[in-house]
Design a binder for this molecule. Structure first.
Ligand SMILES: NC(=O)c1ccc[n+]([C@@H]2O[C@H](COP(=O)([O-])OP(=O)(O)OC[C@H]3O[C@@H](n4cnc5c(N)ncnc54)[C@H](O)[C@@H]3O)[C@@H](O)[C@H]2O)c1
Length: 196
């Protein structure tokens, strides 16, 4: 049975690059993004790799966004072994005293809460498959902080401890994609969680 991965934010730069690398390495994939263009990305990655790849347009901040992803997994028919949570947004730049609370909520919803929704929903499937990996994408800003990016920094800081307690060093797999230089410098995928 083939290993299946879910990659969110797959219509974006890092998500797409990750999808291309995983497909090249023999994974079947469900690519998720709120942008409709993810369907085209799915078709292109499928054509290039010869793997089974489905693009699903879905807003992952809502639990209602999950059923279409579940349907795509069933269509692929393998074992879910990887959850790559790359979807994320920056914020409107500005100091805290000018930060609209709706903007704070929007950034935290996408960058943190959506990942929790996906982890909660898919950890049972990862366990049923005998274990798998969850990768979230943090940022150097999650450690350093920045006066004009308080919501973004808080959201990326939140990702650092959120997955760590489930880490299992023994079977940990390396992050397979080679990230762009700016991202490597900014620290990609800080918590690599392995669910067993
Ligand atoms: N690019 C960098 O230099 C850099 C540095 C550090 C961290 N990061 C993080 O890496 C991740 C990917 O960055 P990127 O540069 O590829 O960004 P990107 O904007 O190219 O891609 C992000 C994708 O997430 C999708 N998305 C946003 N909200 C969504 C939602 N509600 N549901 C589903 N999909 C949604 C967007 O449509 C977009 O396609 C982000 O979490 C970002 O914060 C990026």
């Amino acid at each position: 049975m083939t290993d299946i991965g879910i990659i969110t934010g797959a219509a974006g730069g890092i998500g797409r690059a990750t999808a291309e690398r995983f497909a090249r390495d023999g994974w079947d994939l469900v690519l998720v993004d709120v942008a409709d263009s993810v369907k085209q990305v799915g078709a292109e990655v499928r054509k290039k790799s010869g793997r089974k790849v489905i693009g699903v347009s879905s807003d992952i901040t809502r639990e209602l966004g999950l059923p279409p992803i579940d349907t795509a997994i069933m269509e692929l028919g393998g074992k879910l072994k990887f959850l790559g949570l790359t979807a994320g947004v920056l914020q409107k730049v500005g100091p805290i005293e000018h930060l609209d609370l709706h903007e704070w909520d929007r950034v935290l919803d996408i960058n943190v809460r959506a990942n929790l929704i996906l982890m909660k929903h898919y950890i049972p499937a990862l366990r049923a498959a005998g274990g798998g990996s969850i990768v979230t994408v943090s940022s150097w800003y999650g450690r350093s902080g920045h006066g004009l990016f308080s919501a973004y920094c808080a959201s990326k800081a939140a990702l650092i401890p959120s997955s760590s307690p489930q880490r299992r060093g023994a079977n940990e797999r390396p992050w397979p994609a080679s990230p762009p230089e700016s991202v490597r410098a900014a620290e990609i995928a800080s918590p690599r969680a392995l669910v067993s």
